[in-house]
Structure formats: structure tokens, C-alpha cells
Design a protein around this ligand. Structure first.
Ligand code: CA
Length: 225
């Protein structure tokens, strides 16, 4: 009887030890994966001259979005994160915000980007209205369906530039100047090895989760110090 009790006590003890070891391993694993998702500090910040910039141009903190008009997450980011970010840090002069075209979805990404660069060239003051309106045109249900067409980008541009000359705009879309603008963006995409859209950089910090406002807020506060 005595022996049996001793054995079962040992058994309970061993089980507890095993549970504790598994719990410790689990905690270690969790903190490891959390650490892995942390923002990454790169050696440089993107140079944003020549890009559309919202807010105070020479702000100490520079936020850059690598985005694609064909990307549903970019549309979602513009709706869910950007309004608060703009209110808290761009409108208040703490940070500037630049948008870099990242062509991950073929011809339609390219055409949308060409249109945005053309609008920026003609009427830089209407760029952000056009930018938002073009994302608004992205279908909610099936973003893979073809929606970026020459007549669509022209229609959206004309809504903000009533005196737009359609013929000139069409020609400009594929001009060498606009191609050069897209190449400039592509160089940044390559330089920072951008793998997904949207990618958000705050100075030289690459934000691990662009939808984590708390993480963005912390990075901005640290850079603004
Ligand atoms: Ca650009």
C-alpha cells in the first residue's frame, strides 16, 4: 500500500515536471516568434525626392508606403490605417508620407501607376484625391477581375482635373518620362527588397505588420525623439 502511494506520488511529480517543461518550451517558442515579427531596422531610409509627399516635406519622420493599386490589402490599409495615421502624425507635421508604386500585379498595376505618376506630374495638388479615388474603384468582391483600364483611369483623373486634355493624358501615360518615374520606384523596391504590399517604412524601420497601428505609433514616436 505504502509502495503504491509512493509510486503514484512519483507519477504525479513526473507528470508535473513534463507539463512544466512543455509550458516553458511553449512560452519560449511564443516569445521567439514574437521577436521574429518585430520591426526590422535597415541601414538606410528610402530617398523620397520625386515622389508624391503628403504633410511637411522635411519632417523628421518619413513614412513610405510601397503600394499597388491592384492590391486589396493596400485598399484596406488606406481605409483602416491611413486616416488615423494622417490625423495623428501627418496633419500635425510630425511625419511626411510618401507613396511608391510597387508593381506586383502585372499590366493593371502598371497602368494604374502610370496614371498616378501622370496625375502627379500635371496636378500634384490633386494627386492624393486621385490616389484615393482610384483605390475606391477597386472592386470589393473580386479584385482579380479586370478593372484598371485606360478609360477608367482617365475617368477618375478627369473627376479631379476637369480641364484635362484626354489626348495628351493618354500619350503621357506611356511617355519615357513616366517610364522613368516607374523605374525610379522599381529601384527603391529592389533596394529595400520589398516582398509584399503594402510595406510601410518609417525612416529606416521596416514595419513587420502594416496593420498594427500600435507598432507604427511606437516607431514614429521613437524616430521623432
Ligand atoms: Ca513614384
Amino acid at each position: 500500500m505504502q509502495k503504491k502511494n509512493k509510486t503514484s506520488r512519483h507519477l504525479v511529480l513526473y507528470t508535473l515536471v513534463i507539463i512544466v517543461i512543455f509550458a516553458a518550451l511553449f512560452v519560449l517558442n511564443q516569445s521567439g516568434s514574437k521577436k521574429g515579427s518585430d520591426n526590422q531596422a535597415l541601414s538606410e531610409s528610402p530617398v523620397i525626392s520625386g515622389q508624391p509627399i503628403a504633410g511637411k516635406q522635411d519632417a523628421k519622420v518619413s513614412i513610405v508606403e510601397f503600394g499597388d493599386y491592384k492590391c486589396p490589402s493596400c485598399k484596406a490599409w488606406g481605409e483602416q490605417v491611413w486616416p488615423q495615421l494622417k490625423r495623428d502624425y501627418v496633419d500635425t507635421g510630425v511625419a511626411s508620407f510618401a507613396y511608391v508604386n510597387t508593381l506586383f500585379h502585372g499590366d493593371e498595376s502598371r497602368l494604374a501607376a502610370q496614371a498616378s505618376e501622370t496625375v502627379y506630374l500635371y496636378k500634384p495638388e490633386r494627386f492624393w484625391d486621385f490616389h484615393k479615388a482610384l483605390f475606391d474603384e477597386q472592386p470589393q468582391a473580386n479584385h482579380d477581375e479586370r478593372w484598371v483600364t485606360e478609360s477608367k483611369v482617365l475617368e477618375v483623373a478627369q473627376a479631379f482635373i476637369p480641364d484635362l486634355d484626354q489626348e495628351t493624358f493618354r500619350e503621357e501615360l506611356s511617355s519615357t518620362l513616366i517610364q522613368a518615374k516607374l523605374e525610379q520606384d522599381q529601384l527603391l523596391v529592389n533596394q529595400f527588397n520589398i516582398q509584399q504590399t503594402p510595406t510601410i517604412m518609417i525612416n529606416n524601420r521596416l514595419i513587420a505588420n502594416p496593420f498594427d497601428y500600435e507598432s507604427i505609433r511606437k516607431a514614429i514616436e521613437q524616430e521623432a525623439e
